[in-house]
Write a protein that binds this ligand. Structure first.
Ligand SMILES: [Zn+2]
Length: 351
């Protein structure tokens, strides 16, 4: 059900890509001319940082770390981590599996080998206009962030059967994924994505089959929407977090965690059956995704080049004034929720 066949193209990178892909000069005729105007754009697209970048994920880990300190959950977590690891430090492990942190460790290589679709685990592509995350709905898949979170929780609770743990995750892998994906499921554009018609309008596809990338396009978590000089996805992953940290007057994820924990969190959805929480969080995040798309206008359609040198369509968007402030405030809320909920899951597993 996941529409985009190239998960590696999903912007989900905690590390700014400093090595700019050199635009090939051996192009011919019309394609060359067509691309000439997009070179600057393609360079920009290939240099941005992605995914609740490292600071966002690390903040989530740091909040949970403080909340479980001295609790049984902390002792159980410690058994699964190396002595020099913390929830904060392992929060980007799942992104490192995609090669964003340099060469893969032996453990990451093994994980990637066992999980060829691991890049899909970080998101789901529900139309942002949808009221709720629904099993089997447009943009969902069996390997999306909601399903993998459920599997991580089940594994940490001791499940070993194939239905509950289809990817054969170890308890350690389940914890490493859980910490990261708890952050991702709170990033508005990792849950609610824009679908755009060939007429350049936001649309809700009638069915998954209608998303043919001819008449209706999946913008892949808004990676194909360009806001200012980067993708809208990257804006929410990184710029919104940076702005929120600057407004808080903090420099590190640990400081940001302490800042966010000063206020009592607005925190529904941490009671009842823990395995049902991820779908409810995703539905709540759709509300945030609606805010993230409020007032956006699609402008002209352009072509950009992806890392494989293929062209893809992108749309420039303009946002209402105050959009960046709204984004940074919402980001602070979402990171706080993610951190508290991560702790709540760990407490629910090891109460
Ligand atoms: Zn991610």
């Amino acid at each position: 059900m996941t529409v985009r066949p190239e998960p590696e193209e999903r912007s989900d990178n905690p590390v700014p890509r400093r090595s700019v892909k050199r635009v090939q000069t051996r192009r011919n005729g019309a394609l060359s001319r067509a691309l000439a105007g997009f070179v600057g754009l393609s360079l920009l697209l290939s240099t941005v940082a992605h995914a609740w970048g490292a600071p966002g994920h690390e903040t989530v880990g740091a909040i949970a770390e403080r909340l479980i300190a001295g609790r049984r959950a902390e002792a159980q977590v410690r058994k699964l981590l190396q002595p020099d690891e913390t929830l904060q430090s392992i929060s980007i492990w799942a992104d490192c599996a995609k090669g964003y942190c340099g060469s893969l460790t032996e453990e990451l290589r093994e994980f990637v080998h066992k999980n060829p679709r691991h890049a899909h685990y970080h998101y789901t592509d529900v139309p942002f206009q949808a009221a709720a995350y629904e099993e089997g709905g447009i943009g969902t898949s069996d390997d999306d962030v909601v399903h993998i979170l459920k599997q991580c929780i089940a594994v940490l609770k001791g499940a070993t059967d194939h239905d509950a743990n289809p990817h054969g995750l170890t308890a350690r892998e389940a914890l490493l994924l859980l910490v990261h994906l708890l952050g991702d499921v709170h990033q508005p554009l990792h849950v609610g994505t824009a679908y755009v018609s060939d007429k350049g309008e936001f649309v809700v596809p009638a069915s998954a089959a209608a998303v043919d990338n001819v008449l209706i396009f999946n913008t892949a978590g808004d990676n194909d929407l360009i806001f200012e000089s980067q993708s809208l996805h990257a804006f929410w992953d990184s710029r919104a977090v940076e702005d929120a940290m600057r407004h808080a007057g903090v420099r590190t994820p640990a400081e940001f965690a302490a800042f966010l924990m000063r206020a009592a969190p607005d925190l529904p959805i941490v009671t009842g059956d823990v395995t049902k929480w991820p779908a409810k969080w995703a539905s709540e995040t759709l509300g945030a995704a609606k805010l993230a798309h409020a007032g956006l206008s699609l402008e002209k359609r352009e072509a950009a080049e992806n890392r494989s040198g293929e062209t893809r369509r992108v749309w420039r968007v303009s946002a209402p004034s105050g959009y960046a402030q709204t984004a940074s405030a919402l980001t602070a809320t979402q990171l706080t929720r993610a951190g508290y909920r991560l702790a709540a899951v760990l407490e629910a597993v090891w109460h």
